[in-house]
Design a binder for this molecule. Structure first.
Ligand code: ATP
Ligand code: MG
Length: 644
């Protein structure tokens, strides 16, 4: 960045949506309480997080809230003993939650399974016993290569219950990725399924596992447990492969919960790989459970009657923190859907919401934009009146998509919680609360107990309205405990770029009201004739045009301007009726961007595409577009979405 470290702020979004009075009256956290929480967190953030920790059950309380003697290798709640699964299941069995629905699962073909807390507890115990009988012990690594099944939840919790460490690999990754990650983790056991349903087809998962295990390291994987799901002809290799159902049938439904030290690892999970090779992030029991419990309860304002649906895959951090662990620790009912959002047609999401009476829907901008293509015909046919809160995560949500979601899905009454966070942060960091005035496209402000800022390269705050690097200035409980086996990469990636602060890798700006706007990835910043521009604002301006459904912008070297911007655009149907040629449309789009953002954001060229390269978690991989454009090596593409 330049001397001031500033990025140009281009987007002028002035709409403000205030919460309805009823929402403010009913919110778990009213404005006065929020002010008190902020005040406490500012004065003494450790006491703030200590209070949050008291909401959970511990085998032994901590000696200290935070040990920062070896910063940036922070240790939260040292001396404490606990297990997140005790909080997600065991403790609920002693309360009125015992017979409450913990999990509602729906398969793509339409089959359903529901588990009360007590039923889920018993299933987890059975599988925990099975794991122990297979020789899996505290500290061992278990790879879960699973689609979205009830057994995925059960396996995760069972592994954690016995003190082992899970590494969940998204069920769409190739044998090569799976093998690498099995080897990296030195996993002893793999849990998978024979197959699963996706977009009307059956994916043969077991075959991929077989291929992966062929070349896996010798001392790894002794056992592969296979869940029956899709009746594919799975080849079972004796004595390595065992059917899940055969294993659990003979196990007792009670099982001791391992007592863990606060910073014993809970799971290993790879980041999405949007900006480069995925990083193996490690989270541990104590801080993680404190962080996700507090943030979920506050941001999504959980009530005893809520039906919470986060549409993320369990292979991502969002699935870990807010499909499985968060909702269960908080004692709510979580919904899980196996299949494709457009199967059998583009109303599946709305159908699931209507049938189960979903009250909170947490999803991603990429999915919203995909569904917007179909207009409002589908949501209009369903009863979405049970919804009271909406949420977005994963990428900047452009104001157009925000307003569409608010109006057509939320009936203009549901606030949208645009939550900014990362695999590394484990929990929501910057987000509105249901009582906050909302600005479409802004992630609002840091949550109490989190100190976020926008700074230049030296760490000085940049003035309001200017862009800079997004940083976190104090440790937070759900922070990663590190990168697997690589303390140096942990220090260099996150703590050395701007000394003394956590470098998030995103660029952002704060407006006059202190609202934070994510402008894109630090790696993707454009530099056009001395102007530094984040990609998100240009993309957002493009998507605001009614014939643009998705857009990705990159910078390409230019001898005069240093760099020029190129856009890749997915069009919506119907533009031919308005423009004679595609050249006419191109110049209309260029003019549109200039009008929206000013002359700085001039687009040199524009290319139409039918798809954009995305990670499996739905994020646009601009680095691939750029490498292709420049004829360079595209680097690690292991997490690229399969487009067939
Ligand atoms: P990698 O770190 O491997 O390149 P990744 O950053 O995409 O992959 P994740 O941890 O899944 O991996 O994603 C976190 C990133 O997602 C954030 O750094 C940010 O860029 C983006 N993000 C998440 N939520 C939001 C949001 N609400 N608004 C804008 N961007 C968001
Ligand atoms: Mg990242």
């Amino acid at each position: 960045m330049d001397q001031t470290g500033a990025l140009d702020a281009l987007l002028h979004e002035e709409r403000v949506f205030r919460p309805l009075p009823q929402m403010v009256i009913e919110a778990n956290l009213n404005p006065h309480e929020l002010e008190q929480a902020q005040e406490q967190a500012n004065r003494d953030f450790l006491s703030y997080w200590e209070d949050a920790a008291h909401e959970l059950d511990w085998f032994k309380k901590w000696d200290q809230v935070l040990d920062d003697s070896n910063a940036p290798h922070y240790r939260w709640f040292p001396g404490a003993r606990c297990n997140i699964v005790y909080n997600a299941l065991d403790r609920h069995i002693e309360t009125a939650n015992k017979n409450k629905l913990a999990l509602i699962w729906e398969g793509e073909p339409g089959d359903q399974r529901k588990y009360t807390y007590y039923e889920l507890y018993r299933e987890v115990n059975r599988f925990a016993n099975a794991l122990r009988s297979l020789g899996v012990a505290k500290g061992d690594r278990v790879v879960l290569y699973m689609p979205l099944l009830p057994e995925t939840t059960i396996a995760m919790l069972a592994v954690a219950k016995i003190g082992a460490v899970h590494s969940m690999i998204y069920g769409g990754f190739s044998a090569k990725v799976l093998r690498e990650r099995i080897n990296d983790a030195k996993a002893k056991l793999v849990v998978t399924a024979d197959g699963f349903y996706r977009n009307g087809r059956v994916v043969n998962l077991k075959q991929i596992v077989d291929e992966a295990l062929l070349g896996a390291c010798a001392e790894c994987v002794e056992t592969c447990v296979v869940v029956h799901r899709a009746n594919v002809d799975a080849e079972m290799h004796e004595p390595r492969d065992l059917w899940y159902e055969d294993l659990v049938r003979r196990e007792r439904p009670s099982s001791p919960t391992e007592v863990m030290d606060a910073d014993d690892p809970l799971f290993l999970l790879y980041s999405s790989g949007t900006t480069g090779k995925p990083k193996g992030i490690v989270h541990s029991h104590a801080g993680y459970m404190v962080g996700i419990n507090r943030t979920l309860n506050w941001v999504f304002d959980l009530k005893p009657t809520d039906i919470f649906w986060c549409t993320a895959d369990t292979g991502w951090i969002t699935g870990h923190s807010y499909v499985i662990y968060g909702p269960l620790v908080a004692g709510t009912t979580t919904v899980m859907y196996e299949g494709h959002p457009l199967y059998p047609q583009a109303d599946r999401l709305w159908d699931v919401v209507a049938r189960y009476g979903v009250t909170i829907l947490y999803t991603s901008p990429t999915l919203i934009r995909m569904l917007m293509r179909f207009g409002t015909q589908y949501p209009r046919q369903k009863d979405l009146s049970t919804l009271r809160l909406l949420g977005s995560v994963g990428e900047p949500i452009n104001p157009e998509a925000w307003v569409w979601l608010h109006k057509h899905i939320g009936g203009a009454k549901c606030p949208i919680m645009d939550t900014w966070w990362q695999t590394e942060t484990g929990m929501f960091m910057i987000s509105p609360l249901p009582i906050s005035p909302l600005k479409p496209g802004s992630v609002n402000k840091a949550l109490p107990g989190v100190e976020a800022d926008v700074v230049d390269r030296e760490g000085n705050p940049v003035p309001a309205g200017k862009g800079g690097f997004l940083v976190i200035k104090k440790p937070w409980p759900a922070m990663m405990s590190g990168i697997d086996n690589d303390p140096e990469r942990y220090e260099n990636t996150y703590w050395k770029k701007i000394p003394g602060m956590y470098f998030a890798g995103d660029v952002a700006r704060k407006d006059e009201d202190g609202y934070i706007w994510i402008q894109g990835r630090a790696d993707d910043v454009l530099n056009i004739a001395g102007h530094r521009i984040g990609t998100a604002e240009v993309e957002s301006a493009l998507v605001a045009h009614r014939f643009v459904n998705e857009a990705a912008v990159i910078g390409i070297p230019d001898t005069i301007k240093g760099e020029v911007a190129k856009a890749f655009v997915i069009l919506t149907d119907g533009w031919e009726a308005e423009y004679d040629t595609s050249e006419d449309l191109v110049s209309a789009l260029k003019n549109h961007v200039r009008r929206e953002l000013g002359p700085v954001a001039v687009l040199k060229s524009l290319e139409f595409r039918t798809t954009l390269p995305k990670t499996r978690s739905g994020k646009i991989m601009r680095r691939i577009l750029k490498a292709e454009e420049l004829g360079e090596d595209v680097g690690d593409t292991s997490t690229l979405e399969d487009l067939d």
